[in-house]
Design a protein around this ligand. Structure first.
Ligand SMILES: [Zn+2]
Length: 113
């Protein structure tokens, strides 16, 4: 489960920011996870508690915002919702889809004390 490593990185980055701000603890952390990122939100949720133990995020609430995948066809310019298995434009069937959303994996915001 590669989400353990990913969650650890999220916690490390958040903790570094919190320390830089001189805050004793993080109250909430909001993480954006795109549907095309290959990261399973449930798995991140599942290991967050264990990973955040003994850090400034120990009592923090994790909020995950899921972003659906979106693509734009470079041929007909249609925008459409896509998943990891969408390869052709649903409108014109060209293999010209450019991903415009869904690969995100980032900390959106943090609430600190
Ligand atoms: Zn198209």
């Amino acid at each position: 489960m590669h989400e353990v490593g990913i969650t650890r990185s999220i916690v490390e980055i958040a903790e570094k920011h919190a320390r830089a701000q001189g805050t004793p603890r993080v109250k909430t952390i909001t993480v954006e996870i795109g549907a095309l990122s290959g990261v399973v939100p449930e798995a991140v949720e599942f290991c967050f508690e264990a990973v955040s133990r003994d850090t400034l995020l120990e009592t923090a609430r994790l909020i995950i915002e899921r972003l659906p995948g979106r693509g734009r066809c470079q041929q007909c310019e249609a925008e459409t919702e896509i998943d990891r298995f969408t390869f052709a434009c649903p409108k014109c069937e060209a293999f010209a889809l450019e991903t415009i959303q869904g690969e995100e994996l980032r900390i959106k915001e943090m609430e600190v004390d």
